[in-house]
Design a protein around this ligand. Structure first.
Ligand code: ATP
Length: 288
């Protein structure tokens, strides 16, 4: 079971003076249970790519298969595909529109034609998943909430559809560090505890390095790396050439190594760095 792209191209406004080839020859697979990060600088095609995962954009060429089903098939119900692949847009809170938090989250399940009982159950479950207290928030207007809370309401709206794949396009954009950490921790929980397959689009290396087990790096509409974060970040110089940076903690370890400390440089988290530095310090002075 997977999201599979086979030689996908996407051209915006074809055969016009504004024609733009946003995706070129993309083949990739996101397997059920994975946590995949998609990184790339602005304009590299990340949003265009993920909008193919649920049929919001149609491939100009190539095939997109969701759990083996080619979504361009005439008999395919895109509504079902969009339920299976939940897509959280950039700044999803801009799409909140109902008068209360509960009504907003209920919008999707209502459209599925579920009974009122089932709808309430889904709303409660989705709010619990993003750690919003049901009783406290259900009757609030979404518009009086903080930026981070609004975003959680928007994510809950997608979760209430009970997707199998959760695709988040820059979910931390515009949040302060606390809001960012909270959202990322919740996304990690959704993968670890709720068992969702997660695709996280980001241009923050620090964020994806900690969470993703695989990274897809985009550059000018193409996939340039598709590998474990440690492998990707070992390509420090090539990443720099395409305008991407390695995680801060990885940079620190490279700097220590250059100063002669016997530390590993394929480090992705502060915890790993701590262990490595303590080991090196116990071992005595640097060699160089
Ligand atoms: N509707 C459109 N018509 C023409 N070109 C478009 C359209 N939407 C996007 N593009 C172009 O396609 C390219 C890829 O855009 P996309 O939004 O996928 O990039 P991105 O990597 O998600 O960028 P960001 O990090 O800024 O969100 C950009 O150069 C953009 O200008």
């Amino acid at each position: 079971m997977s999201i599979t792209l086979h030689e996908v191209y996407h051209t915006y406004q074809p055969n016009t003076p504004f024609e733009y080839h946003a995706l070129r020859n993309i083949s990739l697979e996101i397997k059920e249970g994975e946590f995949v990060g998609i990184i790339g600088h602005t304009g590299s095609g990340k949003s265009t790519l993920v909008q193919h995962f649920n049929g919001l954009l149609k491939a100009t060429q190539g095939r997109v298969l969701i759990d083996g089903v080619d979504i361009s098939g005439k008999e395919v119900k895109l509504k079902e595909i969009r339920q299976k692949v939940g897509l959280v847009f950039q700044y999803p809170e801009h799409q909140l529109f109902e008068e209360t938090v509960a009504a907003d989250i209920a919008f999707g399940p209502k459209n599925l034609g579920l009974s009122p009982d089932k709808i309430v159950k889904r709303v409660k479950k989705a709010m619990a998943m993003v750690k919003l207290d049901y009783e406290r928030y259900k009757d609030s207007s979404p518009f009086v909430l903080s930026g981070g809370e609004k975003r959680r309401v928007a994510i809950a709206g997608v979760l209430a559809m009970e997707p199998k794949y959760l695709v988040l396009d820059e979910p931390t954009a515009g949040l302060d560090p606390k809001g960012r950490d909270e959202i990322l921790a919740q996304i990690a929980d959704l993968h670890r505890e709720a068992g969702l397959t997660v695709v996280l689009v980001s241009h923050s290396m620090d964020d994806v390095a900690r969470l993703a087990s695989r990274l897809i790096v985009m550059h000018q509409g193409e996939v340039v790396y598709n590998n474990h974060p440690r492998q990707v970040f070992s390509e420090n110089n090539r990443l720099k050439k395409i305008g991407l940076d390695i995680p801060t903690v990885t940079k620190l370890m490279i700097a220590l190594k250059e100063k002669g400390w016997p530390v590993r440089t394929d480090i992705l988290t502060i915890e790993e760095a701590k262990g490595e530095i303590l080991k090196a310090v116990k071992g005595g002075k640097p060699h160089a």
